[in-house]
Design a protein around this ligand. Structure first.
Ligand SMILES: CCCCCCCCCCCCC[C@H](O)CC(=O)SCCNC(=O)CCNC(=O)[C@H](O)C(C)(C)COP(=O)(O)OP(=O)(O)OC[C@H]1O[C@@H](n2cnc3c(N)ncnc32)[C@H](O)[C@@H]1OP(=O)(O)O
Length: 256
């Protein structure tokens, strides 16, 4: 049975983890994640993406039972591929929202960090418990968590391995919205469906400008923004958007 699927409808692609009971992330999932991230990025009928683990759990992290038998050499070989799989998700050139139910721990939390936006159930718990295994996060968590919530809060979560409930996750910026558990997917789909109606190239430009800007100095970031901004003047969406404003009046957004 496939442990990760891509389900597409109405412009929204859902990358769905499906490995009961806890969506423990193993090598097969990692390989599928990378494939499906590439597919979601290439398909024109996918204009926004949801990362989802099902109603009960997002993902409880790497499969500890599978990792237990791996030695240093094996993980040296595997760890680059595993980081590349998560980076492939982070680089999907479309809006990506993580629909977080139940637990998002370790690699599960790191996968949520690869999204642009995180909607969590009010009973969700997130964290990086790797320290409790004598490890540190190995799928980008030390880097993406610090960039998202700041180094001090990131160190607190990584040093202690503690689980963060949804209310605290919202307060520290680890998630962006908290909703009743039964509404997580519905709310994530509404977010994705709205952006799926948006100007695809402008949304890509916005994502890539913000993300690339975080990795460089201000001047270079401004140059990236300037290049994308000017490029969008060559698009039909720009003509359509400005025509709508002039002819239909303000507030008659033609996209969102
Ligand atoms: C070759 C594979 C590795 C290389 C490829 C990796 C692919 C992608 C991986 C990306 C991430 C790698 C880097 C990452 O930073 C490292 C990690 O993620 S380390 C793991 C971190 N996660 C945890 O430590 C959480 C462990 N789980 C728990 O704490 C608890 O299970 C829970 C989630 C709090 C839930 O508790 P309970 O509700 O009490 O439920 P149980 O504990 O009874 O669990 C039910 C059932 O699920 C099994 N299980 C749970 N989590 C994992 C897990 N991470 N790996 C394997 N199995 C897990 C648990 O054993 C029970 O099984 P059962 O006893 O019913 O058979």
């Amino acid at each position: 049975m496939a442990t990760v699927n891509l389900e597409v409808s109405d412009g929204v692609g859902t990358i769905r983890l499906d490995r009961p009971p806890m969506n423990a992330l193993n090598a097969s999932i990692q390989d599928r994640l990378r494939e499906l991230a590439g597919e979601a990025g290439r398909r024109d009928d996918v204009r926004a993406v949801i990362l989802y683990g099902g109603e009960k759990v997002f993902a409880a992290g790497a499969d500890i039972k599978e990792m237990r038998d791996m030695d240093h050499a094996a993980m040296v070989l595997r760890s680059r591929a595993l980081q590349e799989a998560f980076t492939a998700v982070a680089r999907i050139p479309k809006p990506v929202v993580a629909a977080v139910t139940g637990y998002a721990l370790g690699g599960g939390c790191e996968l949520t960090l690869c999204a642009d936006y995180r909607i969590a159930a009010d009973n969700a718990k997130l964290g990086q418990p790797e320290i409790l295994l004598g490890l540190i996060p190995g799928a980008g968590g030390t880097q993406r968590l610090a960039r998202l919530i700041g180094p001090s809060r990131a160190k607190d979560l990584i040093f202690t391995g503690r689980q963060v409930r949804a209310d605290e996750a919202l307060a520290i910026g680890l998630v962006d919205r908290v909703v009743p558990a039964a509404e997580v997917y519905e709310q994530a789909h509404a977010w994705a469906a709205k952006l799926a109606q948006g100007p695809a190239l402008a949304l890509r430009a916005a994502k890539e400008s913000v993300d690339a800007g975080l990795e460089t100095d201000l001047e270079t970031g401004l140059a990236i923004e300037r290049t994308w901004f000017a490029s969008l003047f060559a698009t039909e969406d720009r003509e359509r958007g400005m025509r709508s404003f002039v002819e239909d009046g303000p507030g008659k957004a033609t996209f969102l």
